[in-house]
Design a protein around this ligand. Structure first.
Ligand code: TMP
Ligand code: MG
Length: 193
């Protein structure tokens, strides 16, 4: 990401877990701050993995963020002079998120969203498909497959040492204790219809 867009636009950073999405979001935010932009970072308040009021990457870098209960709160809390709005864990938001992100971009703001494109079952996650469709720019990052060492595009959920069933609940906040990055070939979803 080299040019810093000044007109309203939507960027989406997606990929499986451990692919560096939050890291890349923070990188873009830092660059915007150097360019003297006013930035606000939001995250869903249900993501309490590391810190309530920070977005955190798996390798430890963090950035202050405003935890919100729903997508509508992002619109309500965005200040008029904010030029860059960053949203992490976008997959956890309600279906109102694309409309809100569009409204922010229409009002001239640069919106950067990061989130999982796929859930542990390998199916599109929450509002992400729509966000990907309306974005001006999409970056799909890969991790490294823990089985093969090849690029990973899927997230494997592991429960009690075994691949989780397709029928498990979609939301399970966690990190390496419950999830691994896997290539398509090594992604296992028992009971998948
Ligand atoms: P990350 O992409 O920043 O690593 O975080 C993804 C979060 O999403 C993490 O808390 C685990 C959670 N998650 C689910 O709730 N369901 C899923 O199917 C997957 C793959 C992840
Ligand atoms: Mg992340």
């Amino acid at each position: 990401m080299d040019a810093l867009p000044r007109d309203g636009s939507i960027e989406v950073i997606c990929g499986c877990m451990f692919s560096g999405k939050t890291e890349e979001l923070i990188r873009r935010v830092r660059r915007a701050l150097i360019a003297k932009q006013k930035v606000q970072v939001f995250k869903p308040q249900m993501d309490n993995r590391y810190a309530a009021d920070q977005v955190k990457s798996h390798n430890g870098s963090g950035f202050d963020a405003i935890p919100v209960a729903c997508a509508g709160d992002i619109l309500r809390l965005t200040e008029p002079d904010t030029t860059v709005v960053a949203i992490d864990e976008a997959q956890f938001f309600d279906d109102d998120l694309p409309r809100i992100v569009n409204a922010l971009a229409d009002s001239g703001k640069r919106v950067i969203c990061a989130g999982l494109d796929l859930d542990f079952r390998g199916e599109p996650f929450g509002p992400m498909p729509t966000l990907l469709a309306i974005a001006e720019r999409v970056d799909k990052l890969t991790a490294i497959c823990v089985v093969s060492g090849e690029p990973a595009t899927r997230t494997q959920r592991i429960i009690n040492g075994k691949p989780a069933s397709y029928h498990d609940p979609i939301i399970l906040v966690g990190a390496t204790e419950s999830y691994e990055a896997r290539a398509r070939k090594h992604h296992e979803v028992p009971d998948k219809p």
